[in-house]
Structures are given as structure tokens and as C-alpha cells.
Unconditional design. Structure first.
Length: 278
């Protein structure tokens, strides 16, 4: 039996959604790289640093930090991702990976930096989770994380929404914008309240805005939508025939927008930094 407080998220990331994420991970990391690079440069890992990477996924950011000489521990709730991280990091002595729920893990106050690459928006109780994560920082230790701005500001994942509207049930109730999910940290004031309640100070937000290069064909982008996008969720509620119609509608909408130079779609994220109060 799991000890996780994020049962739904644990099932999600260890189920078909998590498998889909792994399938499209290389493509996803490639398109997000402009934001990743800014975040890694902000941390500026150095030899002697001890970094906790929360929601580390398949380990790419943890391994990147370890190349600086820092000691890195990557944690994630998804067993398959941690297994993959262990495989690709074999032989690297200063990085380790563990399948744990960061919301309840008994962290020792030994890290001078905590990082997350779009991994902290999924806690069922973010107030309790951040208080627990904070316990792993030494005094004056820092936290840096990336989180998405609003869904409407992120065309790269939201582009099919308009053509999918006819396929959604008319009585569908919109989810709570603060419920666990990729865009639950879009509201700065909400995030500030969470961080302050966890005894963080010097909270700063940097707005990152760009157009992601989605490629010169729609193949990988369609796979992304089918694996982890809104389309993947919608298909679970549709008949096979309506599902095929929805997929075709998305494919045609993307093909219409494709140019000879490829497809560029808007993206917006927050780079959040804060410091643990002494």
C-alpha cells in the first residue's frame, strides 16, 4: 500500500499518462529547452552544492546539475521515470534517484538548493507539501522552480482547444484552476501565499515568454497531444468513431498552421526563486 498523500497523482504518473510522458519526453525536453536553460543558469550549481531535484522525471536536470560537481538527489513519484533515470545515470557517482513522494518524505536539512522543472504543481495539498520540502533546506537555502503561466498563454499545448470544443460534453464542469495539474501555479498571488506559509522569503517571479519550435512536421506534436495533451483526456470519454473525428480535427488544424520553416507556438512560464528564512 502506498504511503503517498497524492494518490491520484501517483496513479496518474505510474499509469498510462506516465507512460505517455516517457514516450514523448525527448521531444518535450527539446521544445522546452529555452526555459530549462534559463532555470539551470539561475541555479548556477557549483562543486560542494547539495541539490534536491523535486519531480525530477527521467533525470535530465539532475544529471545536468551533477556535471558541475554538485551532489544531487532526484526524487519523483513515478517509478518508471526513476528507473529510467537510474539507467541513464549509471556510473555518475554524485547523483542518485529515489521513488518518493516529496510531500511527505522525511527530508534532513542538508540541501542548499531545491529545484523543480515543472514538477511542483501536482501536490494535492501544496501548502503542506512546500512546508515539508522546506524542511530539507539549510538556513538561507534557496528554492528555484519552473511552473507554467495560464493555459491560454501556452499555445504549444492548448492549440487544439478551439477545434475540440464540439467534442466536449455540453454539461462539462470546468476544473478548479487550483486543482493539481500543469497550470495550477499560474496565479502569482496563490504561489506567494504557499511559499510564505512554508517560511520562504525574498520571493521573485521572472516571466519567461517565447515561441517553442514544434518542428517541421506535425507527427511529434500529434504524439504529444495524444499522450499528455487535452486531447488524450478527451479521448477517454469518446466513442471510437468520435475519437477518430477529434484526432482528425486536431491534425488538420495543425497542418493548416504549419509553414515551410516549421511551426512556432507561444509558451509562457514563471521562473520562481525564494529563500528559506533563518
Amino acid at each position: 500500500m502506498s504511503n503517498s498523500t497524492n494518490i491520484e497523482q501517483e496513479e496518474l504518473w505510474n499509469g498510462s499518462f506516465g507512460k505517455g510522458f516517457i514516450r514523448c519526453e525527448d521531444y518535450l525536453h527539446r521544445i522546452i529547452e529555452p526555459f530549462t536553460r534559463v532555470a539551470i543558469d539561475t541555479v548556477n550549481a557549483q562543486p560542494g552544492d547539495h541539490i534536491l531535484d523535486v519531480g525530477c522525471g527521467c533525470g535530465s536536470t539532475s544529471i545536468s546539475f551533477s556535471q558541475s560537481g554538485a551532489k544531487v538527489r532526484g526524487v519523483d513519484i513515478a517509478e518508471r521515470m526513476i528507473s529510467q533515470a537510474k539507467e541513464i545515470s549509471e556510473g555518475i557517482s554524485n547523483v542518485s534517484f529515489h521513488t518518493v513522494d516529496a510531500a511527505i518524505e522525511n527530508f534532513k536539512a542538508e540541501y542548499n538548493h531545491i529545484f523543480s522543472h515543472f514538477g511542483v504543481m501536482f501536490f494535492s495539498d501544496p501548502y503542506a507539501a512546500f512546508s515539508n520540502i522546506r524542511s530539507g533546506l539549510i538556513d538561507k537555502g534557496k528554492i528555484t522552480f519552473l511552473c507554467w503561466q495560464g493555459l491560454l498563454d501556452n499555445e504549444w499545448i492548448n492549440s487544439p482547444s478551439e477545434v475540440l470544443q464540439p467534442f466536449f460534453p455540453e454539461d462539462m464542469i470546468p476544473p478548479d484552476p487550483k486543482s493539481p495539474g500543469g497550470f495550477s501555479f499560474a496565479d502569482n498571488e496563490y504561489v506567494i501565499d504557499i511559499l510564505r506559509s512554508a517560511n520562504f522569503s525574498n520571493i521573485e517571479f521572472q516571466s519567461l515568454n517565447t515561441k517553442f519550435d514544434m518542428g517541421k512536421t506535425t507527427e511529434e506534436l500529434m504524439s504529444l497531444h495524444l499522450d499528455i495533451g487535452p486531447l488524450s483526456v478527451l479521448l477517454e470519454s469518446l466513442s471510437k468513431e468520435r475519437g477518430r473525428e477529434a484526432i482528425e480535427a486536431v491534425e488538420k488544424s495543425l497542418e493548416r498552421r504549419m509553414k515551410k520553416t516549421g511551426l512556432q507556438l507561444s509558451a509562457a512560464a514563471w521562473l520562481v526563486t525564494a529563500e528559506a528564512k533563518g
